[in-house]
Write a protein that binds this ligand. Structure first.
Ligand code: SF4
Length: 361
């Protein structure tokens, strides 16, 4: 369904479409809505109903409108429509990177000495089916922003080694401007916090959230870095390019962290188009993550050797500006193991983490 048909289905105006609150308020969360939109759907109702209690669905009309074919061969469809394989829990864990055991206070992940990750919300504009934090989608115990922020700030004040805070979630840009500014201001007020970073998929799934007002707020908290997640060239649209450009014009560098996803971007041709497309909108390809062995994501994982061969092919043809680091994230503070080229050192690293690496086969 194209944008025009979406507007008529939702009885909305073009102005509504450009309003992020409208997009957020009209997220598609029910099977019946999908069936109406797609008319003929490939969804198996029973399986959909089985997946939904574990991993609910929420998709902005904008992101849904990027679907070109109503089936799992479509890169956007696969990233946002629930799949029966999500409840095949073989060889996977809720939290393979053991983030939960590195939380000195609720929702603050401290794995590396000089930086930490603040999970400020569990909300997202669109739930990505491959998300490595999908365990948060139906939180058993909700912690209010005020409660978590107070504890985070107290921990940060007594941790002078931390110089950078990554504000993530969920998606922090699902907050309104006032709440977002409160988070930024509280962190910036800590003297030893030198750099803030926002991790958000908003430019990809709800680019209209990037407004002049938002940019003028973010500008006040520089140095502030922005990491987003484009996974497929079809996600690079006029709207998403405009959102990235507005951030860049406010002096916020925008980088991209893709995830290698089976059937979506695990071919050299698709990945090259994605990387070239990002370069054209001045977004730096920063990381390509090997998909973590997360419960509910088994069907997205590829063999790392396939990823290495693919990246070597791209590496031979492309400028360094287009090349992300292909990495495997491992638990604890060991960090991200680069997989770009199978050097001897990397092979040894893989051997050291064999127990973890084996899960990817
Ligand atoms: S926006 Fe980020 S946190 Fe939210 S579902 Fe997607 S990948 Fe997960």
């Amino acid at each position: 369904m194209n944008k025009k048909n979406f507007l008529s289905y939702f009885n909305a105006s073009a102005k509504d479409w450009r309003d992020w609150r409208w997009q957020f308020g009209n997220r598609v969360t029910r099977l019946e809505t999908l069936e109406n939109i797609f008319r003929k759907t490939v969804l198996n109702k029973d399986l959909f109903k089985a997946v939904n209690p574990f991993y609910p669905m929420a998709i902005t009309p904008y992101y849904l409108s990027l679907i070109r074919n109503n089936d799992t061969k479509d890169a956007i469809f696969s990233q946002c429509i629930p799949h029966p394989q999500e409840i095949n829990f073989d060889k996977s864990a809720e939290d393979p990177l053991q983030e939960d055991s590195h939380m000195p206070v609720p929702k603050l992940v401290h794995r590396y000495s000089d930086r930490c990750l603040a999970i400020v919300t569990e909300n997202c504009a669109t739930y990505c089916r491959h998300c490595n934090r999908k365990r948060f989608w139906s939180p058993t115990k909700l912690i209010s922003l005020n409660a978590r922020l107070q504890k985070m700030i107290r921990y940060l004040i007594r941790s002078p080694q931390i110089r950078e805070v990554i504000i993530s979630g969920g998606d922090p840009l699902t907050f309104n401007n006032k709440t977002l500014e409160k988070i930024l201001a509280s962190l910036k007020a800590i003297p030893h916090i030198e750099v803030l970073r926002i991790g958000s998929r908003i430019p990809v799934v709800m680019p209209m959230r990037v407004t002049k007002e938002l940019c003028s707020i973010l500008k006040r908290y520089r140095p502030l870095w922005f990491n987003t997640q484009f996974n497929h060239p079809n996600e690079i649209t006029t709207e998403s390019a405009r959102a990235c450009q507005m951030l860049q014009e406010a002096g916020i560098p925008v980088s991209n962290q893709s995830v290698l996803l089976k059937g979506i971007n695990d071919s050299a041709e698709v990945m090259k188009n994605l990387l070239y497309g990002l370069q054209k909108i001045s977004v730096r390809p920063y990381y390509l993550f090997h998909c973590d062995p997360v419960k509910g994501c088994t069907h997205f994982r590829t063999d790392p050797k396939k990823g290495i061969i693919m990246m070597e092919e791209i590496w031979k043809q492309s400028s360094g500006l287009c090349l992300p680091q292909y990495v495997l994230d491992v638990p604890g503070s060991a960090g991200k193991i680069p997989l770009n080229v199978m050097s001897k050192a990397i092979k040894n690293d893989l051997k050291n983490h064999k127990h973890f690496f084996d899960k990817f086969q």
